[in-house]
Design a protein around this ligand. Structure first.
Ligand code: PSU
Ligand code: MN
Length: 304
C-alpha cells in the first residue's frame, strides 16, 4: 500500500531480521477508558522492549496508515473524541478523508503483515456474536486471519461471544489455533472457555517454529491462545452476572454493528466495579510479553 508509513526503528528491525510485535489501537481508543488506555498502551510497548523486540502499534493518523506510532500519535488516539474504529474495509475511506482512526485486529493484522511483521498481540479476538444466526454479526477479524500471514497472540476470543461457533468458523476458514501450554481454549476474562483444542505449543521456541512453518506455507494467519493464570481471571460468578446484564442492555438499547463490542466491554466494567478492566489490562500485557518472546525466538531461529 503506498502511503503506508513504517516507523524507522520498526523498518530497521524488519530489515535486520529482528524481532517486531504489532499492537492494535482499537483497544486504546474504544476498549479501555481514559486515562488507563494511554498508560496501558505505553506499558505494552515497554514490555515488548523488555523482552527484546520492537513494538509497532498500528493506527491511522491524518489518513496515513502507520506501523509504529510515536508517543504523540498514541496520545491522540487515547485522548481525542471521535476517533474512528477502523476495520480493514474502512481503510480506503479513512485514507481518502484524512481521518484519525484506531485499527481493530483485522485492520492491524492487514497493515502489519503488509509491512512484514509476523507477530501481533491483542487482548481477545473478535468472533461470532451470540445470536449471529439472526444478526449475521461476525467480526471481520476472522476473515482477515484467514488470508493474512500473521500470528496473533490472544486470550482466545472475547467471552461476550459465541465461543464454540467462533472455533467452528476458524476451523472452516482454515485458521490454525493452538493453546499456549494448554489444550483448553481460553475464555478472555476467564482462564478456560470450556472448549477443547486440537493443538498446543509447549514453549516460545515451538511457537516460533510453527510461525515459521506458517510463513513457508503461505496460507494465512494463526491464533496462539494464551490464557490468564486462574489466580488472575475474573470471578466466574461475577462474569456470568455482567454478561447477562450486558446482553440485556444490548437488546434494550438496540446496539448494533461496530458499537456492540465497546458497549459490552463498558457494561462489564460497570457491573464488575472495575474488576474486568484490571483483568483486561493483565490479559493485554500478558499477551504482549508472550508475543515478544515468540518474536525473539523466531528471530533467533532465522539467525541460525
Ligand atoms: N481486545 C480487547 N479489547 C478490544 C478489542 C480486542 O481486549 O477492544 C477490539 C479488537 O480491536 C477487536 C475488536 O478487533 O475489539 C472486535 O470488534 P468487532 O467485534 O466489532 O469486530
Ligand atoms: Mn460486528
Amino acid at each position: 500500500m503506498s502511503g503506508l508509513e513504517v516507523r524507522d526503528e520498526v523498518a530497521e528491525a524488519l530489515e535486520g531480521n529482528g524481532a517486531v510485535v504489532a499492537l492494535e489501537s482499537t483497544l486504546i481508543s474504544h476498549g479501555l477508558p481514559r486515562p488507563d488506555n494511554l498508560a496501558l498502551a505505553l506499558e505494552a510497548e515497554a514490555i515488548v522492549r523488555e523482552e527484546g523486540a520492537v513494538p509497532a502499534t498500528v493506527g491511522v493518523i491524518g489518513g496515513i496508515p502507520k506501523v509504529g506510532l510515536g508517543e504523540g500519535d498514541l496520545e491522540l488516539l487515547a485522548n481525542e473524541d471521535d476517533i474512528l474504529k477502523l476495520s480493514t474495509r474502512d481503510l480506503p475511506f479513512a485514507v481518502a478523508k484524512g481521518s484519525h482512526g484506531a485499527t481493530t485486529v483485522a485492520a492491524t493484522a492487514s497493515l502489519a503483515a503488509r509491512a512484514g511483521v509476523r507477530l501481533f498481540a491483542t487482548g481477545g479476538l473478535g468472533g461470532v456474536h451470540r445470536g449471529a444466526r439472526d444478526s449475521w454479526d461476525v467480526s471481520a477479524d476472522l476473515a482477515e486471519l484467514a488470508r493474512t500471514p500473521v500470528a496473533v497472540v490472544s486470550a482466545g476470543v472475547k467471552s461476550i461471544l459465541d465461543v464454540p461457533a467462533t472455533l467452528e468458523l476458524l476451523e472452516t476458514l482454515g485458521v490454525p489455533v493452538a493453546g499456549f501450554r494448554t489444550l483448553r481454549f481460553p475464555g478472555f476474562y476467564l482462564t478456560d472457555s470450556g472448549c477443547p483444542l486440537d493443538w498446543s505449543v509447549e514453549g516460545e521456541g515451538e511457537a516460533a517454529h510453527a510461525v515459521r512453518a506458517l510463513g513457508d506455507l503461505e496460507t494465512g494467519g494463526m491464533v496462539i491462545a494464551n490464557p490468564l493464570p486462574e489466580s488472575q481471571q475474573l470471578d466466574p460468578a461475577l462474569h456470568k452476572k455482567a454478561l447477562r446484564s450486558g446482553l440485556e442492555g444490548l437488546r434494550r438499547d438496540g446496539v448494533r454493528g461496530k458499537d456492540v463490542t465497546p458497549f459490552l466491554l463498558a457494561r462489564f466494567r460497570e457491573e464488575t466495579g472495575g474488576e474486568s478492566l484490571e483483568v483486561n489490562k493483565r490479559i493485554i500485557l500478558n499477551n504482549a510479553r508472550l508475543a515478544a518472546r515468540i518474536a525473539a525466538a523466531l528471530a533467533a531461529l532465522e539467525g541460525e
